[in-house]
Design a protein around this ligand. Sequence first.
Ligand code: HEC
Length: 131
Amino acid sequence: MKKNPVIPYALIAGLGILLVIVVSVVGLNQQEAIQDEENGEQEEQQQQDGESEGGGETAANGEEIYQSNCASCHGSDLSGGVGPDLTSVGSDYSKEELKEIIAEGFPPNMPGGIVKGEEADAVAQWLSEQK
Ligand code: HEC
């Protein structure tokens, strides 16, 4: 009797199906553990974000400070909103002038002192580079 040539393939297919079942059972068991891990990571990241917003860092990031203090009026892409377009503000004002605007406000509708000190410095620096 001739050997049936399909048998080796059928065996391999059978093994494959078995493997899929094993992997999915193991996977189900691990899913919970993975989800726990992911939650932990997210919490960690939120903590880190909180720290950088706290302004406790020495190297203040002008763009981040802009996004959290100025973007509500000037747009997250500087294109303006309640306040005017700032996309090329660096060619209208120097860093020093920008610091003054941030400190004094821009009458009549922009209040002064939204950010101060090192943060004001960093935003002014970043905006003066927007030309
Ligand atoms: C409450 C909304 C508001 C916020 C927040 C705000 N601005 Fe303004 N800003 C304005 C308005 C409105 C004007 C235009 C002056 C006016 O009409 O009163 C202006 C004007 C300016 C100008 C002058 C633009 C020009 O073309 O002459 C600069 C520069 C500026 N803002 C920078 C900033 C920076 C930097 C921040 C964040 C620290 C900021 N603004 C936050 C509303 C705001």
